[in-house]
Each structure stands twice: as structure tokens, then as C-alpha cells.
Design a protein around this ligand. Sequence first.
Ligand code: NAP
Length: 293
Amino acid sequence: MARPTILVTGATGQLGRELALLLLPRGDVIATDRGQLDLADPDAIVAAVRGAKPALIVNAGAYTAVDQAETDAALAHAINGRAPGVLAEEAKRVGAVLIHYSTDYVFDGTRTTPYPEDAPTGPLNVYGASKLAGEQAMIAVGGHALVFRTSWVYGLRGRNFLLTIRRLAAERDELRIVADQIGVPNWCRALAEATVRVVAMGLPALADRAGLYHLSSKGRASWWDFARAIVDDAEKPRIVPISTAEYPLPAQRPAYGVLATERFTTTFGFALPDWRDALARCLASPPEPMPPR
Ligand SMILES: NC(=O)c1ccc[n+]([C@@H]2O[C@H](COP(=O)([O-])OP(=O)(O)OC[C@H]3O[C@@H](n4cnc5c(N)ncnc54)[C@H](OP(=O)(O)O)[C@@H]3O)[C@@H](O)[C@H]2O)c1
């Protein structure tokens, strides 16, 4: 049987990079960065999909600068809100399965128990609103699209909380970290591995399971918990818990963003490990994933 063509967007990002490598055994991967496929340009999306005729599209590209998005809303909406709908249209046209990622920031954070997929949304910032628009555009098209909402993505490359904390811990005696926002850290490799495991079930099985899922490690953490787990050794600086009000940022964040993952587990038959286990694996890992044989 011919190997499927797999189009990956945002392949230089945390998640995209892992996906581009880990999907290699599953097909002929066309890994695109912003220069090769600019998600802000609908014509470029149309041309890329019609040219490649992929059986699977994995959209890991996104505008992820949450604070910058507050003053760059048009671009955030073009990439996060409009592009997913165009991808979905084109995927439907060529008969491709589409996998896309979204965020806990679609919620307002007023719950105190994990958010199920069908909980009412209410983004507090431009980034969250743009990601919500993207989900809705994709679902409105009604093709074989799977949306995986996740949270607090980190890895050993790129821009993320883990790398920031490691850098600051090496420079300072004391770190002041927000302790009143609760969520779940997710290692980008664990998310990519879960995606590949789902893909390995076969594209027809995926097509039958189109819809919205929460894909996240188990457990819960504050940013302060996460920071303590990152620098948990004898050398660590003092990590002082502070409130969100003491660390104002341009974009408001939800106070609570834990995602309930039962739908994913029931549908696909597995769950991600506890976030502390994933973090331990990350900290012990070489920076590049090994593609599975
Ligand atoms: N990071 C998080 O904490 C978090 C939390 C929840 C959900 N998510 C979602 O998870 C997914 C993966 O996030 P991530 O953490 O891997 O993000 P990331 O590391 O910021 O990577 C995003 C990728 O998208 C690319 N990109 C940006 N603008 C683009 C454009 N106009 N055209 C094509 N590519 C473009 C970036 O390229 P450049 O490097 O050239 O900018 C980068 O390669 C996204 O859907 C994100 O919304 C992330």
C-alpha cells in the first residue's frame, strides 16, 4: 500500500518539531515552517494542500505569543482563527484527516473542577478568542477533523516556562512565581507521541472519531508547583509564591484550566501520564526524540 503523505505545519515549533520526527515512520512527511507555508495566507494554504494532496494534515502552527496577541489581534486571528477553517475546507476537498491543537485558554477559568469538552467557553484574552474561533471554523466545515485541546506546553527547545525558569534559576537567588493559576503542564513530546499513537490506529478509524478532545497529562499544578518541580535540586533558589495581581501581564489568564480527558481516554484507549512523570522523562531525555522503528 502507498505510504500516506502527511503535511505538518509549524514544524519548527515545540510540538511541530517532535511531530515531524515522530510521524516519519507513518508516512511521507512534508514538514513546513512559516517560510514554506505561511498560515496567515489563505492562498498559500490552499496551494500547499492541493499540491501535496496529503492523507493527513497535522496543524501544529499557531500564533502562541499570548501577551503580544493583545496588540497583534489581526495576525493572531488570521493564524489561529481563520487558517484552521481554510485547512479544514481543503482537507475535506482532498479527503484528508486533519489534526489540530487548541488550548485551555478558550475557558474563563472560573470552574474549580476539570473542564469537559462541552463546558461553555469564554476566553479572557485575544489568543484564547483566536484559538476558539479556529476550533469553531474547523468544526463548522464538518470534515474529518480532530481538535486536541491541551495546556501549558513545554519542552527542551523553543520558548517555554521550563526553559525560562532554568535560566532564571541559574541567575537569581530568588524567583517569585504565580501560585494562584492552576493548570496542567504538558511535555510537547508526550503530546506528539499521543498524536502518533492515535495516527497509528489508522486514518479511517480517525475519520470516524472526528471531534473535539482534551489531551493532557493527569494531575494539576500551579506555576509555582511547576517551577519547584523544574529546579528541584540542592542548588535551587528560593521560589516564592505570589499572586497573579503581583505579576501583571498584558493578557489576562484563566485562574483554572485543568482539562477533563475522559473523552480522549474512552475514545482512543489510553491516557497521558501524570505531569510530574512526563516532566521527569523530559528532564532525563536527550533534546531530539528518536523516531520509533
Ligand atoms: N505553548 C503552549 O503553552 C500551548 C498551550 C496550549 C495549547 N497550545 C497549542 O499547541 C499547539 C502547538 O504549540 P507550541 O507550543 O508547539 O507552539 P510554538 O512552539 O510557539 O510553535 C508554533 C509554531 O507555529 C509557527 N508559526 C507561527 N506563525 C506562523 C505562520 N504564520 N505560518 C506558519 N507557521 C507559523 C511558528 O513558527 P515561528 O517559529 O517561525 O514563529 C512555530 O513553528 C498550538 O496550536 C498552540 O496554540 C500551546
